[in-house]
Design a protein around this ligand. Structure first.
Ligand code: ATR
Length: 272
């Protein structure tokens, strides 16, 4: 019998995960299907029960369930327990095992560019679930220091405490205070600012030509943050690159074989 997969979240109709995974199934002739399944906040438990009833093979988890889903797991791998959030689940006859592929998904585009995080000074804007996976990635890769700037200072402080626990040195800054970007080797936007075409959360007046700009917002592809960075001729990393990174890893967990990266990328870029 074919395998079935889903991505759960709310909203879900914007998700490009069904397009990416379906392209991989086509490329490798796999008898599998992947759908978007809307589960509103507060209905996660019954939604997950429903997925078990139809014997789903695995599913991705997105906003707003990445942290709450931890409660419904029977097992988890280290990435998931360290980060405290889950984005990929395997269903083995009703036993749910969680993974977090966001961290490796975040690191992959940097590695592809041979950008080493080790000993680098980074500015991270945002302090939500995605930011936790990014902090874990930067700790793993031994960044020198990370400044965290977030709209709500309390959330930045909590993220900073998490960073300290996993051995990463951080400072909490106010977004409005961020004027001079010259000392950063990389600047990452992990907020949802840009999804609705909002202006960049920071200004690019004082920049350093070697700074890499990384947006995790993937829709639209060219957010204002990315556009402003390009105007300054800075290197940019697009949100779709992290999306592909996490998707290929989820694919490999579920199918036990190498993901067809190029076919997945082609389908994703066609989805914009
Ligand atoms: P995710 O799991 O995708 O990280 P999240 O946990 O809801 O989603 O986090 C969203 C991030 O975007 C947070 O850093 C949030 O800032 P707050 O901690 O102040 O809520 C940030 N964010 C969302 N909308 C924003 C806005 N309009 N301006 C600035 N920051 C915003």
């Amino acid at each position: 019998m074919g395998k079935s997969f889903a991505v759960i979240g709310d909203p879900i109709n914007h998700s490009l995960s069904p397009i990416i995974h379906s392209a991989a199934f086509r490329e490798l002739n796999l008898d599998s299907s992947y759908i978007g399944y809307r589960i509103p906040k507060g209905e996660l438990e019954s939604g997950v029960e429903g997925l078990k009833k139809i014997n789903i093979t695995g599913f991705n988890v997105t906003i707003p369930h990445k942290i709450e889903m931890m409660k419904y797991l029977d097992k988890m791998d280290e990435s998931c327990s360290i980060i405290g959030a889950v984005n990929t689940v395997v269903n083995d006859e009703g036993i749910l095992k969680g993974y977090n592929t966001d961290m490796e998904g975040f690191l992959e585009p940097l590695k592809k560019r041979n950008f080493s995080i080790q000993d680098k000074k980074i500015l991270l804007i945002g302090a939500g679930g995605a930011a936790r996976a990014i902090i874990a990635g930067m700790s793993k890769e031994k960044a020198k220091e990370v400044d965290i700037a977030n709209r709500t200072t309390k959330n930045a402080e909590e993220l900073s405490e998490f960073a300290t626990r996993i051995g990463l040195s951080t400072n909490v800054k106010k977004i409005e205070e961020i004027k001079n970007l010259q000392n950063y080797d990389a600047i990452i936007n992990s907020t949802s600012v840009g999804l609705k075409n909002e202006s960049s959360p920071i200004s690019f007046e004082q920049t350093n030509e070697n700074t890499v700009i990384y947006d995790i917002v993937y829709s639209p592809m060219n957010t204002d943050f990315i556009k402003k960075a390009k105007e300054k001729k800075l290197d940019v990393i697009y949100g779709y690159e992290m999306l592909l990174g996490q998707a290929t890893r989820a694919f490999e967990i579920w199918h036990g074989m190498k993901a067809p990266y190029n076919a997945m990328k082609k389908a994703l870029l066609g989805g914009f």
